[in-house]
Design a protein around this ligand. Structure first.
Ligand code: NI
Length: 187
């Protein structure tokens, strides 16, 4: 096990389309996932995609602790740490909403990003077994953010108004102003 170095915005690995994993239970993938779990635990984020640790493969890990789900959605739709290999996302509604996102590869910044509010996602677990879930709200947002990493897309590329790309330390100044816009604007 090892704590891995995080690629930051501008590194070419973050702009690549990641390759599918052929052998989900293979030693190489198991080791990669172990290291990603240790790295995420060390940094304390919600999710991590393999390209963020310089491995251009279609692997993401994520979780949503109850306390965070409560803050973001006002309800405790907690999600246990999940390993998802070769994930596929399908929007179940055209509706999008705006929410603040950050990214370990874009340290210190936050941005207001439109995302689908209701999705289905599927893929394989580390044991090769199928995972097939529906997600709403912040849970759906986290999945869209992580899976974008597999397409070489970072959240600023999804933003519709760069006015809302701010330093984390200044977020408190813009949150209420942005909240009005979140309601008013349909992506
Ligand atoms: Ni990210």
């Amino acid at each position: 096990m090892a704590i891995l170095k995080i690629a930051r915005m501008g590194h070419p690995v973050l702009a690549k389309v990641a390759a599918p994993v052929d052998d989900p239970g293979g030693d190489e993938v198991v080791r990669l996932v172990e290291d990603m779990l240790e790295t995420l635990d060390d940094i304390g984020g919600l999710g991590l995609a393999a390209p963020q640790v310089h491995v251009p493969k279609r692997v993401v890990i994520f979780h949503l602790p109850a306390a965070r789900a409560m803050v973001e959605d006002g309800e405790a739709e907690a999600v246990q740490m999940t390993v998802l290999i070769n994930p596929v996302i399908e929007p179940l509604s055209e509706d999008k909403n705006f929410g603040w996102e950050g990214c370990l590869s874009v340290p210190g910044l936050r941005g207001l990003v439109p995302r689908y509010t209701h999705i289905r996602y599927s893929g394989l677990g580390l044991d090769g077994g199928p995972i097939d879930r529906e997600a709403h709200g912040f849970h759906a947002r986290v999945l869209q953010h992580e899976c974008d990493h597999l397409e070489g897309v970072l959240y600023p590329q999804r933003m519709t108004d760069m006015k809302w790309l701010v330093f984390e330390s200044e977020l408190k100044h813009v949150m209420s102003a942005a909240a009005g816009e979140r309601e008013a604007v349909k992506a």
